[in-house]
Write a protein that binds this ligand. Structure first.
Ligand code: ZN
Ligand code: ZN
Length: 243
């Protein structure tokens, strides 16, 4: 029953890979990442509405926890942290203070903690749900590591610090998964409701605006590609006796 840990560790490695990309690769070679952001947004919203919300709805006041999750991310990512975009940093002038990088790390850290919570809560309810939520997390992990490393570099930090920030997001993902494995069985629904709110925020309020800002119909269509991918994967997993 350590599958959740394997998936959380893989997601954590993707955070580090994203950070490594921005510190080593040539910028122009990173354009395909935008398609990951778009597909990830579609997949995450489908996972949240079709699987996470129904699976958590049985706990009392479930939707209040969804709201807490949603606005918790808004609080940490967009009031405590300076204004940033999910993707390459486009406001270096606003991020020149080194503290801006740390505040962004705090903001994205709260969100990544719940990436781990979603994976572990999913696996505790059903392995198929866990695999589906791991996929939703995985699709936006490389862009996530890319984002924090880009913000750290824009804030004047070293490449080592940028890599370290990506690694820390990975560690927080695993920490969220481990913490969720410790909570009582009847509280797992709350963890899932909270992470549903986080997932909806990240997909609809962070990723979709990035897709629209970058523009282009091909990128817009890729969001629907994420929905198709979700449908196919959900159907395949159901075949393995998931739901
Ligand atoms: Zn902006
Ligand atoms: Zn994430």
């Amino acid at each position: 029953m350590l599958a959740y840990l394997v998936f959380a560790a893989a997601a954590a490695a993707a955070d580090l890979a994203g950070a490594a990309l921005v510190t080593t690769a040539h910028r122009r070679g990173l354009a395909p990442l935008r398609y990951c952001v778009a597909a990830g947004a579609g997949f995450m919203l489908a996972a949240a509405f079709v699987r996470m919300l129904p699976e958590s709805a049985h706990v009392p006041h479930a939707f209040l926890f969804v709201l807490f999750g949603y606005f918790g991310v808004h609080l940490f990512e967009h009031t405590v942290a300076p204004h940033f975009h999910f993707g390459e940093e486009v406001h270096p002038e606003a991020l020149l203070r080194p503290s801006a990088g740390y505040l962004a790390l705090l903001g994205l850290g709260v969100h990544t903690l719940f990436d781990g919570v979603a994976i572990a809560a999913g696996f505790r309810i059903a392995p198929a749900l866990g695999a589906l939520l791991a996929m939703a997390v995985f699709l936006h992990k490389v862009p996530e590591g890319f984002t924090i490393a880009s913000i750290m570099l824009a804030g004047g930090h070293t490449r080592a610090a940028a890599l370290g920030a990506g690694a820390l997001l990975g560690v927080l993902t695993v920490a969220g998964a481990l913490a969720t494995s410790l909570i009582a069985e009847h509280h797992v629904g709350y963890a899932l409701a909270l992470s549903a709110g986080v997932t909806i925020y990240v997909a609809a309020s962070d990723l979709i605006p990035e897709v629209n800002r970058e523009g282009g119909p091909a990128l817009g269509w890729t969001v629907f590609g994420g929905l198709v991918l979700f449908t196919a994967m959900d159907w395949l997993l159901a075949g393995f006796g998931g739901h």
